[in-house]
Design a protein around this ligand. Structure first.
Ligand SMILES: Nc1ncnc2c1ncn2[C@@H]1O[C@H](COP(=O)(O)OP(=O)(O)OP(=O)(O)O)[C@@H](O)[C@H]1O
Length: 297
């Protein structure tokens, strides 16, 4: 296996389901990167992750994981991938210990000491049957079974959805610890932008089956600003390059931009506007503005 290759490389990927199409997907996740995949319900996040784990096949385009093409190398890469999603069913009639032994027999990289650490951290009882686990406990059990194998690539579909704030904090802390290993790459999806903002190095916005933006987190946060001005403007503001949205309630004007620089402020002033505040934006606000404005990367 080629360790110089990116962890994930998608090129021209298409997948059609009736009215829905995951389309023109070009995405590279370098080794060691933590990529957050953000999208509303039905955007295509799970479909993208299922393609990467070989559960479904692309209609067109190239899918490579850990330097190997799918679906040809699916069996070979599977042991190096940890995939967590609602698709994964644990056996309700068996205990967590039974599951741990089962996984340990299949994966030689099983780390029992780390599994014990995670049992304590997640406050899970190994002798309890899965049928008695709450939703949050089941999620934590699944992540334990994956993390203790030390897979090189983690594909996590909404790992924190449906968790209470305490369980969510535990899962995020364990993820942050797992992610400290620089050789490990991660793609995790969420509609909770706060989780993505906390953990990810890079962020991809998926909307209606297409990638609308994909950049490293810092440059996302650096380039977006909410600018408050006092008008009126001399000419139409939407025509100014770099403006993603304009909301007017005269004489106040709120502008959002994904291409913030001094030049933009000068252009606004040239329109007769007085700039009264320039504020950073949250990832959530950036996401909503990008999706509503249809801004392309
Ligand atoms: N096996 C399938 N057969 C038919 N349609 C499918 C199938 N899998 C997904 N779809 C459709 O593809 C679209 C994208 O679904 P997907 O589950 O990838 O979105 P998502 O972003 O993960 O959404 P959510 O946040 O709700 O989980 C939806 O319109 C869904 O109905």
């Amino acid at each position: 296996m080629d360790i110089q290759s990116p962890a994930i490389a998608l090129s021209g990927v298409q997948k059609h389901y009736g009215e829905f199409a995951l389309h023109d997907i070009d995405l590279v996740v370098p080794t060691g990167q933590i990529m957050g995949l953000v999208g509303v319900n039905g955007a295509g996040k799970s479909t993208l992750l299922r393609l990467l784990v070989g559960l479904i096949r692309a209609d067109d385009g190239a899918v490579a994981v850990l330097g190997q093409r799918l679906p040809e190398a699916q069996v070979a890469v599977k042991r190096d991938i940890g995939y967590a999603s609602d698709d994964m069913r644990l056996y309700r009639g068996q205990t967590l210990r039974w599951h741990m032994d089962f996984v340990a027999r299949i994966y030689p990289g099983w780390d029992e000491a780390y599994a014990q650490t995670l049992l304590a951290r997640f406050d899970l009882r190994p002798q309890q049957k899965l049928a008695g686990f709450s939703h949050g406990q089941r999620v934590k059990a699944l992540l334990l079974l994956i993390f203790a194998r030390h897979p090189r690539l983690l594909l996590l579909d909404e790992p924190t959805t449906g968790l209470d704030p305490i369980a969510r904090g535990e899962v995020l802390d364990a993820l942050a610890e797992v992610l400290r290993d620089e050789e490990r790459s991660v793609l995790f999806s969420s509609h909770n932008t706060a989780d993505i903002e906390q953990l990810a190095d890079a962020i991809t916005f998926l909307h209606r089956g297409g990638i609308v933006a994909s950049r490293d987190k810092e440059s996302f946060l650096d380039s977006w600003r909410r600018i408050l001005c006092r008008g009126p403007a001399i000419g139409p503001l939407d025509a100014i390059a770099g403006i993603a949205s304009v909301r007017e309630s005269p004489p106040l004007i709120e502008i959002k931009t994904g291409a913030f620089d001094e030049g933009l402020l000068q252009r606004l002033k040239a329109q007769g506007l007085e700039v009264t505040a320039v504020e950073p934006m949250t990832l959530e606000d950036i996401f909503v503005t990008t999706v509503r404005g249809g801004t392309s990367r």
